[in-house]
Design a protein around this ligand. Structure first.
Ligand code: B12
Length: 232
C-alpha cells in the first residue's frame, strides 16, 4: 500500500509510521488541505487505527492549534474556514452519521436568532464543537426563540450556543433563559458569542457565558460539572 509521501516497499511497518502520520494529519488539517487530510485518514484507518484515536490524536490537536491562531493579531478568516472545511470532511468520512461520534460529551444546540442572517461564526462554532466531540444540533439562522427551546427539549441538550452579529437580536438573547425555565429546562446553560454579543456582559445578555471565540465555548462546556457535560 502506498502512504502519502512515503514510497512503497519501505521496510518499516505502517504501525511504526502511525505517530508521524497523525502529526502530518494535524498539519494538513490546520493548513486546510482537505484532500491530503482525507488521504492520511484513509491510510490511518486501513492501518488499523481506531477512529476515536484519529479524533483525539489528530482532529483535537488541530483544533487546539487553530485556537492559538484565533487571536485578534493572527485571525485569518479564509485560513480558519479552509481548516474547518478539512476538519468537517474528515469527520464526515470517519462518522458518516453524526450520531455515531465516539464518546460524545453531550449535545449542544447552536443557533442564530430571528432577524440575523450572519452564519459564518456559527459554522465555525459547529466545527469546533463537533471536532471536540460534542453532538451539535444546528437550528440554522434567522430562527425563533421557540424553535431553539424546542430543539433543546427534543435533544436533551446541555447547552444552547447563540451566535449574534447584529445588535437587534439582544432582546431575544435575553429572553432565552426565561423561556428555557418556562419549558422546564432551567438546567440548560446559555452561551453567547459573535461580534454583536461578545462585547456585552453575561448580566446584560442574561446568559451563563459570553465567549470571544468558538474555542471559549468548548472551554466553558468542559469546565461544567461532569453531571452536566459528561460522556454519554
Ligand atoms: C460577512 C458579513 C455579512 C455577510 C454575512 C454572510 C454570512 N453568511 O454570514 C452579509 C453580506 C450577508 C451581511 C449582511 C448584513 N450585515 Co453584515 N457583516 C459581515 C461582517 C463583515 C463579517 C461577519 C463575519 O462573518 N465574521 C467572521 C466570523 C467568523 O466571526 P464571528 O461571527 O464573530 O464568529 C467568531 C467568534 O465571534 C465566535 N463565535 C461566533 N458565534 C459564537 C457563539 C458562541 C456561543 C461563542 C462562545 C463564540 C461564537 O466564533 C467565531 C470564531 O471564533 C461583519 C463585520 C464584523 N466586524 O463582524 C458585518 C456586520 C456584522 N454586518 C452588519 C450589518 C448591519 C449587516 C446588514 C444589516 C447590512 C445591510 N444593511 O443589509 C446585513 C443583513 C443583516 C441581517 N438581517 O442579518 C453590521 C452589524 C452592526 C450591528 N452591530 O448591528 C456589521 C458589524 C458591519 C458593520 N460594522 O456595520 N453581513
Amino acid at each position: 500500500m502506498s502512504l502519502v509521501g512515503i514510497p512503497t516497499g519501505v521496510a518499516v511497518s505502517l504501525k511504526q509510521r502511525m505517530p508521524s502520520h497523525l502529526e502530518s494529519l494535524v498539519q494538513a488539517l490546520t493548513e486546510g488541505e482537505r484532500e491530503q487530510s482525507l488521504q492520511l485518514v484513509a491510510d490511518l484507518t486501513s492501518g488499523g487505527m481506531p477512529a476515536v484515536d484519529i479524533v483525539t490524536g489528530g482532529i483535537e490537536k488541530a483544533m487546539a492549534a487553530l485556537d492559538k491562531r484565533c487571536t485578534a493579531e493572527q485571525f485569518n478568516l479564509l485560513e480558519i474556514m479552509l481548516a474547518g472545511r478539512a476538519v468537517m470532511a474528515v469527520i464526515h468520512r470517519l462518522f458518516p452519521d453524526d450520531a455515531a461520534l465516539p464518546a460524545v460529551r453531550g449535545s449542544v444546540v447552536v443557533a442564530v436568532l430571528e432577524g440575523d442572517i450572519h452564519d459564518i461564526g456559527k459554522a465555525i462554532l459547529k466545527i469546533v464543537l463537533t471536532g471536540n466531540r460534542f453532538r451539535v444540533i444546528d437550528c440554522g439562522k434567522d430562527v425563533s426563540v421557540a424553535a431553539v427551546i424546542s430543539a433543546a427539549a427534543q435533544s436533551g441538550a446541555a447547552a444552547v450556543c447563540v451566535s449574534g452579529l447584529i445588535s437587534s437580536v439582544i432582546p431575544q438573547v435575553r429572553a432565552l433563559k426565561p423561556a428555557l425555565a418556562r419549558a422546564g429546562l432551567a438546567h440548560v446553560r446559555v452561551l453567547a458569542g459573535g461580534a454583536a454579543l461578545k462585547q456585552c456582559t453575561e448580566t446584560a445578555l442574561n446568559v451563563d457565558h459570553v465567549g470571544q471565540t468558538a474555542f471559549d465555548a468548548v472551554a466553558y462546556l468542559e469546565s461544567m460539572a461532569p453531571a452536566v457535560v459528561g460522556y454519554e
